[in-house]
Ligand binder design. Structure first.
Ligand code: OSB
Ligand code: MG
Length: 371
């Protein structure tokens, strides 16, 4: 394999207005701030990654500002000192830096894109993917009224998405699910609580059982594995962990404790593609199906997600929706779109295989730094 020699890293903080506000149990956002990472080698070849840290430390501890700091002050200097020659070395090189996995994942993703480009292969093939198209679901935020929720669900079913996920929180749960079931019947449906409940809510959550949900995502707290195991004994709906799975080791423990039957993989949450692939393989070995989560990425992050979701154990539809669901104008052209059957084709060109529109990136840039 050709050796990679990083010459420069460019960071940009960009801001994209969302077409509509997106609300979860931890808040509502109207604009998405995104940290874009571009890596360049001596020959001027480049790779792009997207750090998915949020504007606030509500999903996990990271924010776009902490990611900027960690990337400039620790991650890039560390990669410079270690002189990594392959994307597969990034994870070990960055291991001494604790936590901050979204920051690491953004940089690692850019290096994977560059390396696959140097190898003249699409990223999916380079990392061992097996699918040429992936199945897409959609994540519907909390709404102000049941009417707005039903209208949104109907629209997404009509667009072809293969399953619907609705956000829930205390006070917006059983009734919302009942109304969706009553209106749309037996559609593939799942819910995401973003850690909004406690074990005391177990009896209430058991009332979701008759609705045959595909899964309930992260009902309990972000650092809680054992209570999820107790909850799973009390409810029939399969528990799927998102926020709790910070590392491959925690996933191993969660599986052993029977805290979940399904795992959602987001590369930013676990530190990048390599950790995601390991997590994917661990789950496959234990018969735990996985699906790809989303963090309202621009087309750049979304493209990375699509490649990763081509691995064989991604057997459930991912939160990988079309660009136009969130953004008027994506950073890539053509934008990512779904086919009528709710699938997205995995790009075939080298690396992430999408065309980045430089002047759109430029226009959306709030700050820029070259290292
Ligand atoms: O929990 O899956 C989540 C968005 C931001 C933070 C957390 C989550 C989400 C989503 C959006 O559900 C999924 C998407 O990008 O479409
Ligand atoms: Mg989630």
């Amino acid at each position: 394999m050709e050796k990679l020699q990083l010459e420069r890293v460019e960071l940009r903080e960009i801001e994209l207005p969302l077409k509509a506000p997106f609300e979860t149990s931890f808040g509502r956002i109207t604009r998405r701030r995104i940290l874009l990472v571009k890596v360049l080698d001596k020959a001027g070849m480049s790779g792009y990654g997207e750090c998915v840290a949020g504007e606030n430390p509500f999903y996990n501890h990271e924010t776009i500002d902490t990611a900027w700091l960690m990337t400039t002050k620790y991650i890039v200097p560390r990669l410079d000192a270690v002189r990594i020659e392959q994307a597969a070395q990034v994870r070990d090189a960055l291991a001494p830096i604790r936590e901050n996995r979204m920051a690491k994942g953004g940089v690692e993703a850019a290096i994977w894109d560059l390396e696959a480009k140097l190898a003249e292969q699409p990223l999916w093939r380079y990392i061992g993917g097996t699918r040429t198209e992936i199945a897409c679901g959609v994540s519907i935020g909390l709404k102000d009224s049941t009417e707005a929720l039903l209208e949104s669900v109907g629209r997404e079913i009509d667009s072809g998405y293969q399953r619907i996920k609705i956000k829930i929180k205390p006070g917006w749960d059983i009734d919302a699910v009942e109304r969706v079931r009553a209106t749309f019947g037996n559609i593939p449906l799942q819910v995401d609580a973003n850690a909004a409940y406690t074990l005391e809510d177990a009896a209430m959550l058991a009332r979701l059982d008759p609705h045959d949900l595909l899964l309930i995502e992260q009902p309990l707290d972000y650092d809680d594995v054992m209570d999820h195991a107790v909850l799973q004994e009390r409810i029939r709906t399969p528990v799927c962990l998102d926020e709790s799975i910070h590392t491959v080791r925690i996933a191993r423990d969660a599986i052993a404790a029977k805290a979940c039957k399904i795992i959602n993989i987001k590369p930013g949450r676990v530190g990048g593609h390599q950790a995601s692939i390991e997590l994917h393989d661990l789950c496959a070995a234990h018969g735990i199906p996985v699906w790809h989560g989303g963090m309202l990425e621009s087309g750049i992050g979304r493209a990375h997600n699509i490649h990763l979701a081509s691995l064989p154990n991604f057997t459930l539809p991912g939160d990988i929706a079309a660009s136009k669901r969130y953004y008027e104008r994506d950073l890539i052209d053509p934008p990512i779109d779904i086919a009528g059957d709710g699938t997205i084709e995995v790009p075939k060109a080298p690396g992430i295989g999408v065309n980045i529109v430089k002047d759109r990136v430029e226009k959306a840039t709030l700050r820029h730094l070259s290292l």
